[in-house]
Ligand binder design. Structure first.
Ligand code: MG
Length: 201
């Protein structure tokens, strides 16, 4: 049996793996709303300049309020404008999001033995050495979620599973601010319930 230590936590291949996938909720618009509280509760769209409906380019992120109008990521900005001309349209401010991301990732890194950032607002955390079972994993996830909210004033959703694929699909299951646990024995029935489109990484 191979065993090694990370952060002085014992980890071995024979342990049941418990993986968290942390995904920030509507990250770009959430950061914008944190910086500009007057945007709270308004439909906010981060992306290309809509130029009164003649703009080119796409929606990068839409707030949950904007999603109620049918505005989605990757949609042409002209279409988003048509759906809700009164939405607040903001340009992509990548340095701002990158700085917020760095803070979040730094604190997430402390909460696990193995860490993998997968995008500006998503990371996998291997907590196999820190949670004895999936019940404890759920408590740990709740504490991570609270931590991010307290420190960064941003909400995230967390998926918990026996591998990265399941954790990733699970984090998307309940949003925003959700925690979804898929135990090893529930994996098959969880995947069977999902449309094929959900299973991609
Ligand atoms: Mg996200």
């Amino acid at each position: 049996m191979r065993a090694f230590f990370i952060n002085r936590q014992p980890y071995s291949d024979s342990m049941p793996r418990i993986i968290l996938h942390v995904d920030m909720d509507s990250f770009f618009t959430a950061v914008e709303m944190r910086e500009k509280p007057e945007l709270k509760g308004k439909p906010v769209v981060v992306g290309a300049d809509p130029k009164d409906g003649r703009g080119r380019g796409v929606v990068s992120t839409s707030s949950y309020e904007a999603r109620k109008y049918g505005i989605k990521s990757a949609m042409p900005i002209s279409q988003a404008y048509k759906l809700c001309p009164t939405a607040v349209f903001l340009p992509v401010n990548m340095p701002l999001y990158a700085a917020a991301s760095e803070q979040i990732m730094q604190s997430l890194r402390q909460r696990c033995d193995r860490f993998q950032q997968v995008s500006i607002d998503e990371a996998f955390l291997d907590i196999s050495g820190r949670a004895g079972d999936f019940e404890e994993a759920k408590q740990l996830a709740a504490s991570i979620q609270k931590d991010v909210l307290d420190k960064e004033k941003l909400s995230c959703s967390i998926g918990i599973g026996p591998n990265k694929l399941i954790a990733k699909v699970a984090s998307d299951f309940k949003k925003p601010a959700g925690i979804t646990v898929v135990k090893p024995e529930e994996t098959k029935s969880f995947l069977e319930k999902l449309p094929v489109i959900k299973i991609r990484t």
